[in-house]
Design a protein around this ligand. Sequence first.
Ligand SMILES: Cc1cc2nc3c(=O)[nH]c(=O)nc-3n(C[C@H](O)[C@H](O)[C@H](O)COP(=O)(O)O)c2cc1C
Length: 379
Amino acid sequence: MASPPSYQSYRAGARRRLPHMLFEYIDSGAFDERTLAANESDFAAIRLKQRVMRDMTQLDMTATLAGLPAAIPVALGPVGFAGMYARRGEVHAARAATAEGIPFCLSAVSVCDYTEVRQDGGQVPWFQLYMIRDRAYMRDLIDRVLAAGAQTLVFTVDMPLPGIRRRDEASGLYDTGPRGFMRQAWQGIRRPAWLCDVYLRGRPHGFGNFAAAIGPQSSLGDNWAWIRENFDCATNWDDLAWVRERWPGEILIKGILCPEDAVAAFHAGADGIVVSNHGGRQLDSVSSAIAALPAIVDAVGGRGTILMDGGVRSGLDVLKALALGADGCLLGRAWAYALAADGERGVISMIQALKAELRVAMTLTGCNVLREAGRALLA
Ligand SMILES: Cc1cc2nc3c(=O)[nH]c(=O)nc-3n(C[C@H](O)[C@H](O)[C@H](O)COP(=O)(O)O)c2cc1C
């Protein structure tokens, strides 16, 4: 049997297929990328405890994530602009998640809007929201995604302003002037398959959910300029009550990295949290998500759903996160690269690879029921 493809093979495939600035946009982190590196290296440093001579014929890998059943305790987390990595990319990622029985979370700043993904992509149970200044627009957006079928809101709170990403500056991503246009065009011409498939046939490319505000055909630079102007850095826990009044389903607060904020989130009425540093893309030198997890679990475990993301690259990482108390993990770059490298098929085989790795990890740690994973699985 062929080995399942690895995270690195999809990353290499995405680098080959995408224009330089788009690959850099996915791959990069904030400042000197110390937290980005720690997200992976802290996972790598955790040792599983091997156990043998147990009957491992029956494995239960299923989970309940934010009240909904999932084939494994993993969801495709919110990744902005995925419709630039593959033609109508969010639709294909949603289809892949539906086929493999895991939730898909649509980013607020997706290319395809919620209604398109819901119509063409199957189930889209989770929607991610950023707080923007224009509350009337937010109210309208919430109403629209609810009416179209969203059940769980992932409210991202670690982006009151975008982080400083030097590789994006260097690649020309934010440059909206003529020089930036020339650089971007040159990068696109060097990727003819992407140029024909995504750039020419995959329009419109703006932020679908905000098309009424920014315009449907805006460039990545225009979209970033709008984000910088409209993200609301005054947002505080009182605003959660405003969101709660409008959202009847579960609300997960994404971007929690310390026990104090985890306690505050549940106190303010959240149903769950996502322990996350935004994939090392916001404040550099903060703790990795996996290192932050145990103290947060100790502070709030049992009060609601605790998910984590940042550095989850394989089924082994999923088992480690569960052993440290998470109820599940979100994938970010892992699915973005698989989508860029091989479209819907890539995301499906990436999820299948994760399942295969998880099966091996459970079998050799003596864990029959994933829901019961605990710190005893660690060496
Ligand atoms: C290209 C890219 C775009 C992202 N866009 C969003 C977004 O729109 N909303 C959000 O809450 N998080 C976003 N994130 C953060 C991810 O949801 C997740 O927290 C992060 O990717 C986890 O780190 P990892 O990808 O290294 O595992 C994005 C991450 C990447 C890499």
